[in-house]
Ligand binder design. Structure first.
Ligand code: MV4
Length: 448
């Protein structure tokens, strides 16, 4: 069993982890940077340790400091949350070496899925549908051209060490392939110190649908429904919902089976997310990546399934078997999450840190706010700009949208610019209300 968890994160997710631990009687240790001394997670944790200056590289990414903090507080586990060290295989490995339980999958699974070309090869070999393209890395431009001719243009060149949109280049034809290939390689080398790239057919305006899975240490893997995360801007998700309204029941079940197969292929344990691209035109879905962490949008799944993912993540980490089987999972109603960022939608979503002078949160049935903010809190400029997640649950999508609009009207944040007004516009737009929009929707929507 786990007695004491060190939370190697900050903000909303640190608070989410503390809440789950408290409910299980697990003691908590907050580590924090000099910029986060006055934060809610630091106040709510049983113990706190300052691990360095504001820049993340010197605090939340400082592995030596975090391991030392775990040792001096006698913590037996570390929860990495999302971002920072959550998908750092070396960190997971070091935790294991120091006899500290890393709350997440093992280092091998993280490493395997972190290399996107290898992950895709493994998935294809396991029988998970993949986007037509190269089998692994394309070592030369000639290789890339052969693959592109086989699967047909347009193609996309992706960094193997990338993910989430970094180091991607589109090529409409053979003439464009050369620069796309070279640019992707250079960008990947610069960003990740690894210039490996792979090539696949470009799917036009797909939906981004991801399946939440959870796996225990006894080989049980359960799919906990899907999330439609197509509403993104520059590869930053802004709104997520569950279920995905364009999936028919047969395709949905096939997608769950593929996600479970993906997890089993790497002996996965803990919570994880298998990302798929879905083409509404052909009704085909393809494996894209697997995220080996708890994600920002996990509450959408919690609302629809009634399962506390953070709590179950702690349970499987401590060696317990899953308390449910696939046939026990029932999804009810619809859930939408809006990520409220300290950004100005009127100024190209530029960050807007500073003091929150008014903070009034919405409430009522079906309304949940996951946030570490309060009136008087000063948002530091050093980290991610997400300050709150507004999560709405209702019996139908239509009611969910109306409830979301009602909650947005009640949410008052003053002193800084936020993305609150932006969501009102999105939730009232025709493409959103139809629900058929793909990943290209928002960029078009924001033009006019
Ligand atoms: C694609 C694609 C179309 N076809 N791959 C973007 C992030 C990274 N995870 C992969 N991405 C994409 N890969 C093929 N073969 C379109 C995207 C993409 C995208 C995917 C999900 C959500 C938003 C997106 C926005 C632009 C492009």
């Amino acid at each position: 069993m786990i007695r004491k968890v060190l939370i190697a994160n900050r903000g909303e997710v640190a608070l989410r982890i503390i809440r789950a631990c408290k409910e299980q009687g697990i003691r908590t240790v907050a580590v924090y940077s000099e910029a986060d001394e006055d934060s809610v997670p630091v106040k709510f944790a049983d113990e706190h340790v300052c691990i360095g200056p504001a820049p993340a590289s010197q605090s939340y990414l400082n592995i030596q400091q975090i391991i030392s903090a775990a040792e001096i507080t006698d913590s037996d586990a570390i929860h990495p949350g999302y971002g920072f060290l959550a998908e750092n295989a070396g960190f997971a490995e070091l935790c294991a070496k120091c006899n500290i339980k890393f709350i997440g999958p093992d280092a091998n699974a993280i490493r395997h899925m972190g290399d996107k070309a290898t992950a895709k090869q493994t998935m294809r070999a396991a029988g998970v549908p993949c986007i037509p393209g190269s089998d692994g890395v394309c070592e030369t431009l000639a290789d890339a051209a052969t693959v592109a001719d086989e699967c047909g243009y347009p193609v996309i060149v992706k960094a193997s060490a990338g993910g989430g949109g970094k180091g991607m280049r589109l090529a409409q034809d053979r003439a464009e392939l050369e620069s796309a290939y070279n640019m992707a390689r250079m960008e990947a080398q610069k960003a990740f110190g690894d210039g490996s790239v792979y090539v696949e057919k470009y799917v036009l305006n797909p939906k981004h649908v991801e399946v939440q899975i959870i796996a225990d240490q006894f080989g049980n893997v359960v799919a906990l429904g899907e999330r439609d995360c197509s509403l993104q801007r520059r590869h930053q998700k802004l709104l997520e919902e569950s279920p995905c309204v364009v999936l028919d029941e047969e395709t949905r079940q096939k997608m769950y089976a593929a996600a479970i197969k993906a997890a089993k292929a790497v002996n996965y344990t803990s919570v994880g997310t298998v990302e798929f691209l879905y083409s509404s035109q052909t009704k085909e879905f393809y494996f894209m990546e697997m995220n080996t962490r708890i994600q920002v949008e996990h509450p959408v799944t919690e609302e629809v399934t009634g399962i506390d993912l953070m709590s179950e993540m702690l349970h499987v980490a401590s060696g317990l078997a899953l308390p449910f089987r696939q046939e026990d999972i029932k999804q009810s109603g619809h859930a939408i999450e809006c990520r409220i960022n300290a950004e100005d939608p009127e100024r190209g979503f530029c960050p807007s840190p500073g003091k929150i002078t008014t903070y009034y949160m919405p409430g009522g049935i079906g309304v949940r706010v996951d946030s570490h903010c309060y009136q008087g809190y000063v948002i530091p400029p050093y980290y991610d700009s997400m300050i709150a997640k507004l999560i709405i649950h209702a019996p139908t999508r239509k009611e969910c949208v109306r409830r979301a609009l009602r909650a947005l009207d009640e949410f008052y944040i003053e002193g800084i610019a936020t993305t609150l007004p932006f969501y009102r516009n999105v939730l009232m737009s025709k493409p959103f209300l139809r629900g058929t929009f793909g990943t290209g929707f928002l960029e078009e929507f924001l033009v006019d």
